[in-house]
Unconditional design. Structure first.
Lengths: 262, 200
């Protein structure tokens, strides 16, 4: 390549040293090398042009499928893709958040002890009404009343003869997504542990009103009472392996809230 | 006001998780090292387009480029434990892409494909102007793919991935001066090749 052409090319690539660039610019201002400058500019533009076919290719699924062969991708996944318990819970009575429901018909607790103070271990869930007052969830409304960003408040009862020391509360929505209420988990890089709870209390209110982007449909809420602080990722591993509605963890009690409307 | 058992007002907590698409590459790689499939998918989605632009310039056709890109991301997954979070994910990735493209280019089978594979055909009838545009584009990519390896790499990284000269040098693990001396030679050869074709 003649030096002049090489110089122009590197000028267009912004790779000339300052003195060389200034000298060339003076010549360009004087009208020299115009057609070659234009030609080189067009040439470089051609090299830079994105190929739209390449932009349309999507290799994600193919790569993930190939990656899942044991020798190349043998690690656990944290995400619950399918949770049979949710499908089962969808058939049975689960808590459906009746946001905006004008009346709250009576309910009968099947398990989870929302109403009964005689239960030794349990979680209780409330929603905030229009007056910002706590309303215990006590009805099963039509599924289409479930909305995103509902604010939930929780209390717990921990009054068994051998009360537990820690608690985790999570919900599993109709899409199988796990939403953590306690501990708060907003950063996927962290791995928070179960919260400490008081022993011998009834309906102890927890401090947060939590908004979650819930999928429409049934939501099963779990209170996991533990004698040690498990972490969120550990529990999600258990959830992935478990095909039951509640977890069996040594030293833990999983209380599933289910409600049935009469 | 609603209070908790100690009389403190209840805090409002927005517990919506940050979407993975908003994570930096280094943070996603940290999750990938822990086996986080969603983070890996997010990385693939984010960088597959540019990886394809590099690969198609290396290989000269979409099909081979796609194979290279798939292999590259699988290699990325395998190498994830080696990745150091220093904000240089692109360098790490494109080093793999160039290496994979080189291997594909060298293999006898690929070489035969390059010689015998007809130009990529459009999938549907298109206007003549678009056809011409596509033909010119393919011409450029084929010309690049036939450059000697040391020139091909600098051109594909610079013009396919938009890397700076310093980044190209870092990706190829050569001095910046080497990239600066190879580039004008590569561009001259390309220009001559394409000019020769257009003059014909």
């Amino acid at each position: 390549m003649p030096d002049k052409s090489k110089e122009l090319m590197m000028y267009l690539e912004d790779q000339l040293v300052t003195e060389e660039a200034r000298a060339l610019e003076k010549r360009l201002e004087a009208g020299e090398h115009q057609s070659e400058l234009k030609e080189n500019r067009a040439f470089l533009q051609r090299l830079r042009e994105r190929d739209p076919r390449a932009d349309q290719v999507d290799v994600v699924d193919a790569v993930l499928a190939r990656a899942k062969t044991p020798r190349t991708f043998g690690r656990r996944s944290w995400r619950l893709w399918i949770l049979p318990a949710v499908a089962l819970a969808g058939l049975l009575a689960v808590i459906v958040i009746p946001i905006g429901a004008p009346e709250a018909p009576e309910f009968r607790a099947k398990s989870g002890g929302v109403e009964s103070a005689l239960r030794w271990t349990g979680i209780h869930v409330y929603k905030l009404d229009a007056q910002n007052e706590l309303q215990p969830l006590k009805s099963l409304a039509e599924p289409d009343l479930v909305q995103k960003n509902s604010r939930l408040v929780f209390s717990y009862t921990n009054k068994s003869p051998q009360p537990d020391s820690h608690l985790m509360i999570y919900g599993v929505d109709s899409q199988g997504a796990v939403h953590w209420y306690y501990p708060a988990w907003t950063d996927a890089l962290s791995d928070p542990a179960a919260i400490k709870i008081r022993r011998g209390v009834i309906s102890e209110l927890l401090p947060d009103r939590v908004e979650q982007p819930l999928a429409k449909g049934p939501l099963s809420l779990h209170g996991l009472f533990l004698n040690r602080p498990l972490t969120v990722q550990t529990v999600e591993e258990y959830l992935q392996k478990s095909n039951k509605r509640t977890l069996s963890i040594e030293g833990g009690v999983d209380v599933l809230l289910t409600v049935e409307v009469r | 006001m609603i209070s908790d058992s100690s009389g403190n007002p209840l805090r409002l907590v927005h517990s919506e998780r940050q979407p993975l698409s908003s994570f930096e590459d280094d943070d996603l790689m940290r999750l990938v090292r822990k086996g986080h499939e969603g983070a890996f998918a997010a990385l693939v989605r984010r960088h597959q387009g540019t990886a394809m632009q590099v690969a198609i310039r290396h290989m000269g056709n979409v099909q081979s480029a796609e194979d290279v890109v798939q292999d590259s991301f699988l290699e990325l997954l395998r190498c994830a434990p080696k990745y150091q979070s220093l904000g240089k994910f692109k360098i790490f990735l494109f080093r793999i892409v160039v290496s994979r493209a080189r291997m594909a280019h060298r293999s006898w089978y690929r070489a035969r494909l390059l010689l015998t594979t007809p130009p990529d055909q459009p999938q549907a009838p298109v206007a003549e102007a678009l056809l011409l545009e596509e033909e010119h584009r393919q011409e450029v990519h084929r010309a690049i793919s036939k450059l000697p390896e040391r020139y091909r790499a600098v051109v594909t990284l610079r013009f396919g991935a938009g890397l700076s000269y310093r980044e190209v040098a870092e990706t190829l693990q050569v001095p910046v001066g080497t990239v600066k001396s190879r580039m004008p030679v590569a561009l001259a050869r390309l220009k001559a090749k394409l000019k020769g074709r257009s003059d014909a």
